[in-house]
Design a protein around this ligand. Structure first.
Ligand code: HEM
Ligand SMILES: *[C@@H]1O[C@H](CO)[C@@H](O)[C@H](O)[C@H]1NC(C)=O
Ligand SMILES: *[C@@H]1O[C@H](CO)[C@@H](O)[C@H](O)[C@H]1NC(C)=O
Ligand SMILES: *[C@@H]1O[C@H](CO)[C@@H](O)[C@H](O)[C@H]1NC(C)=O
Ligand SMILES: *[C@@H]1O[C@H](CO)[C@@H](O)[C@H](O)[C@H]1NC(C)=O
Ligand SMILES: *[C@@H]1O[C@H](CO)[C@@H](O)[C@H](O)[C@H]1NC(C)=O
Ligand SMILES: *[C@@H]1O[C@H](CO)[C@@H](O)[C@H](O)[C@H]1NC(C)=O
Ligand SMILES: *[C@@H]1O[C@H](CO)[C@@H](O)[C@H](O)[C@H]1NC(C)=O
Length: 326
């Protein structure tokens, strides 16, 4: 009887293992035979792009995020066309780096034509951007294929907004299989890059009936009021991490402890009144105190984000040009 039970348990365990393997088909050596120099080529291209403009690291990282949250990591964001994701609210006049992606794709095509997906190129470029900005590295899992449709509605509904409260942001992450730890660690991407006045200026004047957002540090408030006047056009940009905009470090979290988060959605990780703040506040304190802890958590959440609903096997295609389906 006991033996039967053991056999049952072992069999169940093996079935469980094989199901898990089938579900997660991405591997770090996917292109080992078909494009052995892929990682070197992308790294060199990202290096060149960052030498030209350091901010490009932030822009490429954000492209991978905005791709993965909409129909999974399938390069749907890269498709041109007025009904594309590029024209959804969170991307319009904001997502950038598409030309650099084209350049990387051309370099990859020259070495191994028709083999490497645009979705995988985004995943590698995001990892390299973080690393070359001083952040952690991780093994990028590969084998994604490119989608055949863009989903503008999906982008408008699925991507988090900077005006959203913590409860709502958490729901959007949960919808793609990411939990509250991922919300706290991935938000640390805002240690690099810029944001336009229009994404935070609602905090500066009549946020409440009594005035500006009280969770914002008063010196930073004055600076931002000068930068983003009420009759301004909203296009002026400033650093998400005012301490070190090009450096991937844990200063983003130190800022939150001091009321210096730029976006409402940043500061809310520490100052929200939603129930979820009990988890995020503790994580913000830990990451601000221990950059190794943040780096490890960030790398692990990035791998998880890169695994959102990949197209594998013979689903989708390997796009020749990242902007159009074949
Ligand atoms: C938690 C919810 C998030 C919200 C509400 C949010 C919102 C925003 C907004 C409003 C901007 C400025 C856009 C502009 O002014 O045009 C921005 C920039 C940026 N975001 Fe996020 N974001 C979130 C999470 C993430 C995640 C998960 C990542 C990556 C893992 C990320 C990476 C970036 C980067 C790197 C920039 C700067 C881009 C550049 O300078 O070109 N964000 N984000
Ligand atoms: C677009 O995204 C939404 C989720 O916001 C999803 O329900 C819908 O099926 C997607 N449409 C396509 C064509 O993929
Ligand atoms: C949160 O989401 C709900 C439902 O979509 C919406 O009605 C509400 O306005 C959102 N709240 C914020 C602060 O974004
Ligand atoms: C979030 O998910 C990770 C694994 O992906 C897990 O280790 C962690 O405990 C989860 N966090 C919470 C708060 O559930
Ligand atoms: C904000 O409030 C001030 C004082 O009450 C008022 O003069 C101003 O017009 C308001 N601004 C906006 C954009 O509503
Ligand atoms: C902000 O910039 C975008 C594109 O760069 C432009 O289309 C828009 O007109 C600008 N807004 C204003 C008010 O100038
Ligand atoms: C960044 O923070 C460090 C302290 O952690 C401080 O010495 C430095 O002056 C700050 N730099 C800027 C530009 O705020
Ligand atoms: C900060 O980290 C140090 C070790 O790196 C630890 O001893 C200390 O307890 C931590 N403090 C907080 C508030 O987490």
């Amino acid at each position: 009887m006991k033996m039967m039970w053991n056999i049952f348990l072992i069999t169940s365990f093996l079935i469980l293992c094989s199901t898990v393997t089938v579900r997660s088909q991405l591997t770090s050596d996917f292109y080992q035979n078909t494009c052995p120099n892929l990682l070197k080529i992308v790294r060199q291209q990202v290096k060149t792009a960052l030498k030209n403009e350091m901010r490009m690291g932030a822009s490429l990282l954000r492209l991978h995020f905005h791709d993965c949250f909409v129909n999974g990591c399938d390069a749907s964001l890269l498709l041109d066309g007025s009904d594309g994701e590029k024209f959804a609210g969170p991307n319009k006049n904001s997502a950038r780096g598409f030309d650099v992606v084209d350049t990387i794709k051309s370099a990859v095509e020259s070495a191994c034509s028709g083999v490497v997906s645009c979705a995988d190129i985004l995943a590698i470029a995001a990892r390299d951007s973080v690393l070359l900005s001083g952040g952690p590295s991780w093994d990028v899992l590969l084998g994604r294929r490119d989608g055949l449709v863009a989903n503008q509605t999906g982008a408008n509904n699925g991507l988090p907004s900077p005006f959203e409260n913590l409860g709502n942001i958490t729901l959007k992450f949960a919808a793609v299989g990411l939990n509250i730890t991922d919300v706290a660690s991935l938000s640390g991407a805002h240690t690099i890059g810029l944001a336009r006045c229009t994404t935070f200026s609602q905090r500066l004047f009549n946020f409440t009936e009594t005035g500006p957002d009280s969770t914002l540090d008063t010196n930073m408030l004055t600076d931002l009021q000068n930068l983003c006047p009420q009759n301004g056009d909203g296009n002026t940009t400033t650093a998400l991490d005012q301490n070190s905009t090009d450096l991937f470090d844990n200063h983003y979290y130190k800022n939150l402890l001091n009321g210096k988060g730029l976006l409402f959605s940043d500061q809310t990780l520490y100052s929200s009144s939603d129930a979820a703040v009990s988890s995020t506040k503790t994580l913000v304190e830990s990451y601000s105190n221990d950059s190794t802890l943040f780096f490890t958590a960030f790398a692990s959440s990035m791998m998880k984000m890169g695994n959102i609903s990949p197209l594998t096997g013979s689903v989708g295609e390997i796009r020749k040009n990242c902007r159009v389906i074949n």
